[in-house]
Ligand binder design. Structure first.
Ligand code: GDP
Length: 326
């Protein structure tokens, strides 16, 4: 039975990836951080077969311990401080965890793997935020990186360090440059989930309106369940490499609002949406659109959920959750 160790297992992608690997017969291990982690119960409840180990990306010996007990064939490094807006307020901490944490994990894997560095395959969760002030549209693997937030800068460090360990030590280390990917499990601080939750609550009369920032910003949004499949496929290749994972479509926050409100029968949503500079950012990334041609050709990967389907799935899940009083 193959074994996998996932950092960031309590996050959206960690949960989807765990389900995927369990279904494929993997022995799944997760690194869990902190004392009395509030998300621990969620993982136990959803995924009772996952084995959890305490550790932190900033603590090398805890990573080595987790590698020793789990003896993974594959390591998926999904752990990060991942909220862009927050990264300006906590730039140093974001750098330590999201950036330097990748180096700590790579080094732990290298030490653990010993004479055969490629024996443990490594996946790094890189991000479209690395493209920031985009130098080319659509963005592909070779596009010059120009991050626009401390989070983006930290992800660039992790991305290049992954490539460096592959080139320096012959590690089987791949980097997935994933564009935004959402689902009913997305944290409510992200704009898609903030909207789907608010629309459900407005529809049910539990909330009057929702306050947002820039409604004109655009993203290439896919479904997280599709994106974890791409992660797994990367590690099944003979050769490690870097891949852009994206839908190749871009939509504005306004379009998201439009589809979400229409889905619950509200065509004119203007009076339900307020704007506040509090939710604007010191710097925005430009137009993010990914070109996933390489992933399609090499991995045979393509997204299966369309943008309207994704919005509807999120609103429906939040309607159900709100009705059930979760
Ligand atoms: P990100 O792409 O990882 O930063 O994902 P987010 O969902 O946090 O933000 C996506 C876009 O939505 C950004 O351009 C934000 O400026 C914009 N946005 C507009 N209003 C809001 C809001 O109220 N919350 C968040 N998180 N983003 C917002």
């Amino acid at each position: 039975m193959p074994s996998a160790l996932i950092t960031g297992i309590t996050g959206q992608d960690g949960l989807y990836l765990s389900e995927l690997l369990l279904a494929k017969g993997y022995d799944v291990h997760g690194l869990i951080r902190g004392q009395n982690n509030p998300k621990l119960d969620l993982v136990h409840e959803l995924l009772p077969d996952v084995q959890l180990h305490t550790g932190d990306l900033t603590d090398m010996s805890s990573l080595i311990r987790a590698l020793r007990v789990s003896q993974p064939d594959e390591v998926y490094n999904l752990g990060a401080i991942s909220f862009v807006a927050y990264s300006w307020e906590n730039a140093a901490l974001t750098t330590d965890v999201t950036g330097k944490g990748v180096l700590t994990m790579l080094e732990a894997v290298r030490l653990h793997a010993g004479d055969d560095p490629a024996s443990v395959r490594f996946y790094q969760a890189s991000s479209s935020e690395m493209f920031g002030k985009v130098q080319e549209t659509p963005q592909r693997e070779s596009t010059l990186l120009w991050p626009r937030s401390p989070y983006g800068v930290a992800k660039v460090f992790g991305h290049y360090m992954t490539i460096n360990y592959r080139e320096s030590y012959g590690m089987h280390a791949s980097s997935g440059i994933l564009f935004n990917h959402e689902s009913p499990r997305r944290g409510p601080e992200f704009v898609t989930r903030k909207i789907s939750q608010a629309v459900a609550r407005i529809k049910l009369g539990l909330q009057d309106d929702v306050t947002l920032g820039n409604l004109d910003s655009r993203r290439d949004w896919g479904f997280a369940g599709d994106y974890v499949e791409a992660m797994w496929r990367m590690l099944q290749q003979d050769t490690a490499d870097d891949f852009v994972i994206a839908t190749g479509e871009t939509h504005s926050i306004r379009e998201f609002l439009d589809i979400a409100f229409r889905h619950v029968g509200i065509d004119d949503w203007a009076s339900y949406v307020k704007q506040d500079p509090r939710f604007m950012r010191p710097a925005e990334v430009d137009l993010l659109i990914g070109d996933a041609t390489k992933a399609n050709e090499v991995l045979g990967w393509k997204p299966t959920v369309t943008f309207p389907q994704l919005v509807a799935m999120m609103v429906d899940a939040d309607l159900e959750a709100q009705r059930a009083g979760w």
